[in-house]
Write a protein that binds this ligand. Structure first.
Ligand SMILES: [Zn+2]
Length: 167
């Protein structure tokens, strides 16, 4: 319990603090389709061993309907992570926070091609052989919540549970 309180040193006892607090430095990913927050955390490599503050809201009421929101203290996204998130949350925005201020707000863009992020489902695909070939998928469509990927080498299609196929 002692440790719990150490991490909460900026908290006061006010009831309002039960709501999600602003973060000092880190990333807020907004406009995630409902139910995809866990997958976004997975893409960011956040699991039970992650030591910094992570907060998220599922099924928040936003101006464009329901959404999930993820806030991560002390972490910014890599280009690969943004590309992976775009496959499951094509309308998400990424806000970088420094000193409690939003210093940049970017609308995620789904790339036309994804390289080296997703593993091909076809065990006979050349990218699953011993050849040092990076996987490469064409993004065939982006829907509200998930894209359709086509392997450029073997034409295999990945259309759901994309996160399960991440390296
Ligand atoms: Zn393939």
């Amino acid at each position: 319990m002692a440790k719990f309180y150490e991490n909460e040193k900026s908290e006061t006892n006010k009831k309002s603090d039960l709501r999600i607090k602003a973060i000092e430095n880190g990333t807020v990913i907004d406009h995630i389709p409902c139910g995809q927050a866990f997958n976004v955390l997975k893409i960011m490599g956040i699991n039970e061993n992650f030591k910094k503050t992570v907060s998220f809201v599922m099924n928040a009421v936003g101006s464009r309907g329901g959404k999930d929101v993820v806030k991560i203290e002390g972490m910014e996204l890599t280009e690969k992570q943004v590309a992976a998130i775009s496959l499951i949350a094509p309308n998400a925005t990424v806000n970088i926070i420094r000193d409690y201020n939003v210093i940049s707000k970017t609308q995620i863009k789904t790339p036309n091609e994804i390289h080296g992020i997703i593993k091909c489902i076809n065990p006979n695909c050349i990218t699953n052989s011993k050849e040092p070939i990076q996987t490469s998928f064409k993004v065939e469509s982006e829907s509200y919540d998930e894209s359709i990927l086509r392997c450029k080498y073997c034409d295999s299609i990945i259309s759901d549970d994309i996160v399960k196929h991440l390296f």
